[in-house]
Every structure is written in C-alpha cells, then in structure tokens.
Ligand binder design. Structure first.
Ligand SMILES: [Zn+2]
Ligand SMILES: [Zn+2]
Length: 255
C-alpha cells in the first residue's frame, strides 16, 4: 500500500491511498479538487473512491470537482447523506471497504461532528478531525462523553498504528500540551523535534498511536500532572476521565 500526503488549503491534508497491485486509489478528505487531480495524474493511478471522514467543507470541498472528472464511489457516515456532496455509500462502525486488494475498516467516532468516521487500512488510521497529532478536534456537534468515547475507541488500536489526521496542527497543539503537562519528558522531546521539523517546513503527520498515548493531553486523563493542571484551572472539575478530558478541551478552546 502506498500513502501519498497532499497538502491542501492552508493546513489541511488529503491523502491518496493506493493499492500497488491494482493501481486503484482512494482519496481521503479532498478539501479541494485541483491539487488532487494533478497528483492522480502524476502517479498514474486509477481513482475509484472518495473516503470522507466528516461533512465539513475543508474535508469534502473537492468532491464535486473530482466527480466531474472521475467516476467515484463516495463514502461517509450513513447519517451524513444530505451533508456530503455526491455520497453513494453510507457506512457505519465495523463496515469494510475494498480498495483493489486492500481492505479498510470503518470506525464510528462522533464528537467533532455527529457523523464522523475513521478508516483503518492495515495499521494506517485516517481519522479526520477527531484525533489530531498531539491534539483532538473541537466538539462542534457532539458531547464531551461522545468525543471521549471516540478517542478511547481509537486508543484501543495497536501502538504501531499511524495517525493520519486532517490538519497540520501538531506544533500549536504541543504548545498547549506544554502548559498542562510540562514535566512529561516525552512531551518536551516531541515539542523540540516538531519545532525543528516545522522550522524546515516539513510535515509532522503521521505519528504513531504510541507517541500519542505518551504525549497527547487529550488522551492523558490518567496523568496526575494533567489532573493537577485541570484542578488548578477549574477547581470544580470532578476527577473522572470524561470530566478531565472535557476540562482539558475547554482549556484548549480558550488557549
Ligand atoms: Zn472538521
Ligand atoms: Zn478540518
């Protein structure tokens, strides 16, 4: 399997996922069509599907332009038929997707929106705006309980799973993380490494799930340092995972 990362708009990432045996390809979250169409041509692959993680325009804006040029299946959560342009295949938790000889699995992960899904091909996770490298998406349509449940679901995957998220947000996410868990040595090391990469204009995506578990403040409700930071910023917060997660999310919203 080949994964090609395509920078789109200001800080979005779309992905071209290619079955190297058949040259069939799927486009994950095309924010816009033109750069994706150019890449399809350069790589000489045969696009057969769009995989949308959720309905936001910066993840679906290219659907129309791609469909004008190619015959494509369009996947998204089954509840988003009316919100995703050209959707042909509504999917849900546990569904399988065939791409040439590759098989993908669907996870339903609401919270950022009510119809958010992730796609897992081997150990490559395309999770849109739910789990970010060193962060998580804002809770626009769902509840903290839902978002926490969705992140927990993703955390249960293998440590070597690679997180391909929808935006290049790692550096600013880590800047926030450093305010709530500054004594975490793995976090400090990651922040330095990521700053170095960004200074050279390089991508910091993907990261492994292991790295996320060690340094992402939205997955670290068990960390005593994070709990202490939450308690000092929001003294009324209960000490349970959902409440800690929700408080960290609120602190980031105001950061
Ligand atoms: Zn979004
Ligand atoms: Zn987005």
């Amino acid at each position: 399997m080949k994964i090609i990362q395509i920078p789109l708009l200001r800080d979005n990432y779309g992905y071209l996922l290619v079955c190297e045996k058949t040259q069939q390809a799927a486009i994950v979250d095309p924010s816009e069509a033109e750069p994706v169409l150019r890449r399809i041509e350069q790589e000489a692959v045969m696009p057969i599907a769009i995989l949308n993680t959720h309905h936001h325009r910066d993840h679906t804006g290219g659907n129309e332009g791609l469909l004008a040029r190619h015959r494509l299946k369009v996947y998204g959560h089954k509840s988003d038929q009316a919100r995703i342009f050209g959707m042909t295949h509504g999917v849900d938790e546990g569904d399988e997707i065939q791409l040439g000889e590759l098989k993908g699995k669907v996870f339903f992960i609401p919270g950022h929106t009510t119809g958010h899904v992730a796609y897992l091909f081997d150990n490559n996770l395309f999770c849109g705006d739910t789990l970010f490298t060193a962060g998580c998406g804002r809770i626009f349509e769902g509840t903290p309980e839902q978002m926490h449940g969705s992140l927990k679901k993703l955390m249960a995957l293998a440590d070597d799973v690679k997180v391909y998220c929808g935006h290049e947000y790692t550096e600013s996410n880590l800047r926030f993380a450093m305010t709530v868990e500054p004594k975490n040595p793995q976090l400090v090391a990651r922040f330095e490494r990521v700053q170095g990469l960004r200074a050279r204009g390089m991508s910091t995506v993907p990261a492994t799930l292991a790295e996320e578990k060690q340094t992402n403040p939205f997955l670290r409700w068990d960390s005593s340092e994070i709990q202490a930071s939450v308690k000092s910023a929001k003294p009324d917060t209960l000490l349970n995972p959902v409440a800690i997660f929700g408080a960290v999310r609120k602190m980031k919203d105001a950061f």
